[in-house]
Design a protein around this ligand. Structure first.
Ligand code: GLN
Length: 261
């Protein structure tokens, strides 16, 4: 018979979270039940999860959830898996306005909804809109939402015709078509990751169209690839000023904030 301890001593990838998921026990409970022998049903479930993980399916798609900032979000293969780097956008956005200011915020390409939902949880009086071109992603974002958010289906600003905001925020696809790292991301929606030859197709669309959708002194806040900062500053410089650069916790260039001229 095989015990929790045997599994924990193995070198199976992600065995701790997989055991937690299959046995519905947290890490401490696993350690304090070292001798427990999973029953047949639990073993079947666990072995299936181990196989899927070894096949390359990200753990978040097996558990169906991923933590971001202070909340847990439902994720499916229709949505990008939230990355810790994106928490930077939340910190920046929260610092832009007074807590009781009623500003209008747009999250373009919301995916599972992490950005707009986190901001709404922190600032319930903000007016929030979020878009995605994937109806399946939008459905997940809607399930994740706790507060009132205006969800719109469509590609970038086509989803919000004639609407004006104080802050436009996005973690758009920004990976180059030819980037070899894409091989490791094959389970996530490619439309959420890849953006043309230089990875900037969607960022260009957003920057070029944002001015018609911003209030006076409105902000644009974008996540981007570690090597894209200079090109994006160039794109912003026509219509924006007060351009501020931000690094992620790995000291990589990761976000740009700018104000409309
Ligand atoms: N805004 C979502 C996130 O940051 C989705 C981003 C995307 O799909 N490119 O996870």
């Amino acid at each position: 018979m095989i015990s929790i301890q045997d599994y924990l001593n193995s070198d199976i990838i992600d065995i701790v979270p997989l055991l937690s998921l299959a046995l519905n026990k947290n890490h401490v409970q696993l350690i304090t039940h070292y001798d427990y022998q999973p029953n047949n049903e639990e073993k079947t479930q666990l072995n299936q999860l181990i196989k899927q993980r070894q096949f390359g399916i990200p753990f978040a798609y097996l558990s169906g959830t991923k933590g971001f900032y202070h909340l847990d979000f439902k994720v499916t293969p229709s949505t990008l898996i939230p990355r810790p780097e994106t928490e930077l956008l939340i910190d920046i956005a929260l610092g832009l306005f007074d807590k009781n200011q009623t500003c209008k915020v747009l999250d373009l390409g919301t995916g599972s909804g992490i950005i707009i939902i986190t901001l709404g949880d922190k600032n319930p009086q903000w007016h929030l809109t979020a878009t995605d071109s994937s109806i399946n992603a939008l459905d997940i974002a809607q399930q994740n939402a706790k507060t009132n958010i205006n969800f719109q289906l469509g590609s970038w600003f086509k989803a919000t015709p004639n609407q004006i905001f104080d802050l436009i925020i996005s973690n758009p696809p920004y990976i180059k078509q030819s980037d070899p790292h894409l091989n490791d991301l094959s389970f996530e929606p490619q439309s959420a990751l890849v953006s043309g030859k230089d990875g900037l197709d969607d960022i260009r669309t957003i920057i070029n169209n944002a001015p018609q959708h911003l209030n006076k002194k409105g902000y644009i806040l974008l996540e981007h690839g570690f090597d894209q900062q200079q090109e994006i500053i160039q794109l912003l410089s026509n219509n924006f000023f007060n351009i501020q650069k931000f690094k992620d916790y790995n000291q990589q260039d990761r976000a740009l904030l700018a104000q409309i001229k």
